[in-house]
Design a binder for this molecule. Structure first.
Ligand code: DMJ
Length: 601
């Protein structure tokens, strides 16, 4: 018996070599994986780029904590909540119809209307796609004849007696995202030909805005004379947020001029290697020289949708516009490495501006809260290979930026999305009204990349920095992480938009619950007998209301809430792309003939 065992254990040279090789392989595998850092069993996994991670669950890190312990998402009547949002939309829209139409927007306190976006009835145009998604066909039917009669002429400007009235201009950016986007989306959802006719006519009447030396659209244009406004210094968001609308319009009308206008913008932005220099497009531009006028970088109101449209143009064109994808990846990576900061002591991740480079302002705008949704959308819809695109390092070298090269980019994008969405939401939770302020200023913040490096050097123990912010009562400090710079809540959609996209891309019901808490706060804090009103201050419950109900509240805030609570996938993210005003446009592909005709390479 003993002899048999010894015989069995006797090792041949071949077996010995095989054994050594197997041991070496397993040993190496262990030491390059996070298991060696004591992360075994932890759901956090930020893999160094040189290691191919094993197939992993969609979200490699723990979910945010639900606001109500013991809460069970499955027991909730989500379709019932969607119906409540629909009722809110009807309340707002009927108030507009009764007291303000055909003017632009409702004054929800004085119950009258105001013309602040050309006087063509912006609330109606901006509401069309929401009506269709909510199947509010009576409201849609009532809107159609008004749209048929609209000729987009300029309204008479008023001036004091004896003075010449100021020249009238339609603001190009707002007109495109609200009116043109609204018409095109409603056309895609309903196939009503009049909507496309009006969209084509409107885009043609706006064409004068592009008659600048380099094709960058002017701030405003007179739809009758074609003259553009004299304001030559403009912001990135206003010159580079029309590519989705003009590309889709070219697709459905077959008109090259619409395509050319969008393409020319991208050509001008890219000339002179601007993006290569900074890693993303700067915020301020001179439309006469076609060049940036400052070195400020931001994702806030001055730039937001321009960054958003880089990813979305790629998605809208059936993932064919690879130049746009490259610009998006480079932009998003630059944002991650240079504009993200982590507060102390709560560990809130926030995105800020730098001006001059690399000086951060530590300002965090509500408008920037579209960013988590955009990053999540990119991580969700782009293949892994998109994140491996060869991207030249920016000429301006950012301290610590190289740190990010040690991680899997796609995971980083999703991680940043989660951390930023958490902060955007906590801004709401922090306020007695349950609604977030328009702008805050952080007191202490350190670059996210720096905190990541420290976390990595500590052996990646615990969750990555900036992902699980603490609530105020969970930290000992009495000094808040941030001060509120603008107390207002302007019924803006950005946080709700990101919550919707976090829900769609992670499937984590906590985002739905958070959206519901915001909806309840909207109902209790902003509702008036005729609609909903902006809030003067978020830090006092039942405080003063402002006499305004912006059209984007119906186009975006209520639409994203409605879609968040629907159990079905009414607007699948792989088949539709939301413009920056939440009007969904269908994904399409250019045919061989369109490529030839429009000169698409
Ligand atoms: C909306 O009109 C659009 O989302 C735009 O891109 C910027 N923000 C406003 C609402 O806050």
């Amino acid at each position: 018996m003993t002899g048999a065992v010894t015989r069995h254990l006797r090792v041949s040279p071949r077996r010995l070599i095989f054994g050594i090789l197997a041991f070496t392989f397993l040993f190496t595998l262990y030491h390059i994986s996070p298991l060696s850092n004591g992360d075994f069993g932890r759901p956090v996994s930020i893999w160094p780029v040189h290691v191919h991670p094993p197939p992993r669950p969609h979200r490699p890190y723990p979910p945010p904590r639900p606001e109500n312990p013991g809460w069970n998402s499955e027991a909730i009547n989500w379709p019932g909540r969607a119906e409540e949002v629909k009722r809110a939309f009807l309340h707002a829209y009927h108030g507009y119809e009764e007291y303000a139409a055909p003017k632009d927007e409702l004054h929800p306190i004085s119950n009258d209307g105001v013309d602040n976006f050309n006087g063509w009835g912006v609330t109606m145009f901006d509401s069309l796609s929401t009506m269709l998604l909510m199947e509010l066909h009576d409201e849609f039917t009532r809107a159609l004849p008004l749209i048929q009669r609209q000729n987009f002429s300029m309204k008479q400007q008023h001036a004091p007696p004896g003075r010449k009235p100021p020249p009238a201009y339609a603001p190009f950016f707002e007109t495109v995202i609200r009116y043109l986007g609204g018409l095109l989306s409603a056309y895609a959802l309903s196939h009503e030909p009049i909507l496309l006719e009006r969209a084509d006519e409107l885009a043609t009447k706006l064409a004068g805005a592009f008659d600048t030396p380099f094709g960058l659209p002017a701030f405003g244009v007179n739809t009758e004379t074609g003259n553009y406004s004299a304001k030559h210094y403009t912001i990135l968001a206003e010159i580079a947020s029309c590519q989705l609308e003009y590309s889709y319009l070219a697709k459905v009308t077959g008109k090259k001029e619409h395509y050319d206008r969008s393409a020319k913008i991208m050509e001008t932005l890219e000339k002179g290697n601007i993006l290569r220099r900074y890693g993303m497009f700067p915020t301020k531009w001179n439309i006469m020289s076609g060049e940036p006028t400052s070195e400020g970088l931001s994702v806030g109101g001055a730039a937001d949708s321009a960054h958003e449209y880089l990813l979305k143009l790629y998605l809208l064109t059936g993932k064919s516009d690879t130049e746009s994808l490259k610009l998006y990846i480079q932009t998003a990576n630059t944002i991650l490495s240079t504009l993200l900061y982590v507060s102390s002591p709560r560990g809130l991740l926030y995105v800020t501006d730098v001006f001059p480079i690399p000086k951060p302002s530590h300002k965090f705008e509500h408008l920037s809260c579209f960013l988590p949704g955009l990053l999540a959308l990119g991580a969700h819809t782009l293949p892994d290979s998109a994140f491996d695109i060869e991207i030249p390092a920016p000429i301006i070298h950012w301290k610590d930026a190289d740190e990010l090269g040690l991680y899997n980019w796609k995971e980083l994008h999703m991680l940043a999305a989660q951390g930023l969405a958490e902060s955007c939401y906590q801004m709401y939770e922090d306020q007695p009204t349950g609604l977030g302020p328009d702008e805050v200023l952080f007191r202490n913040g350190e670059l996210w990349v720096k905190k990541l490096r420290e976390w990595r050097e500590r052996g990646r123990k615990g969750p990555p920095p900036g992902v699980f912010a603490k609530k105020t009562h969970e930290v000992a400090s009495v000094v808040p992480d941030y001060d509120i710079r603008s107390q207002k809540y302007l019924l803006r959609p950005e946080t709700i938009e990101s919550i919707f996209l976090m829900w769609k891309t992670t499937g984590d019901p906590v985002w739905r619950e958070r959206g519901w808490r915001i909806f309840k706060a909207l109902e209790s804090e902003t509702k008036t007998p005729s609609g909903y009103a902006s809030l003067y201050t978020v830090s006092k419950p039942h405080s003063i209301l402002q006499n305004e109900m912006p059209s984007y509240f119906l186009a975006e805030s209520l639409k994203y809430l409605y879609l968040l609570f629907r159990d079905d996938d009414l607007v699948p993210l792989d088949r539709w792309v939301f413009n920056t005003e939440a009007h969904p446009l269908p994904v399409f592909e250019w045919s061989a003939w369109e490529r030839k005709k429009f000169g698409i390479s």
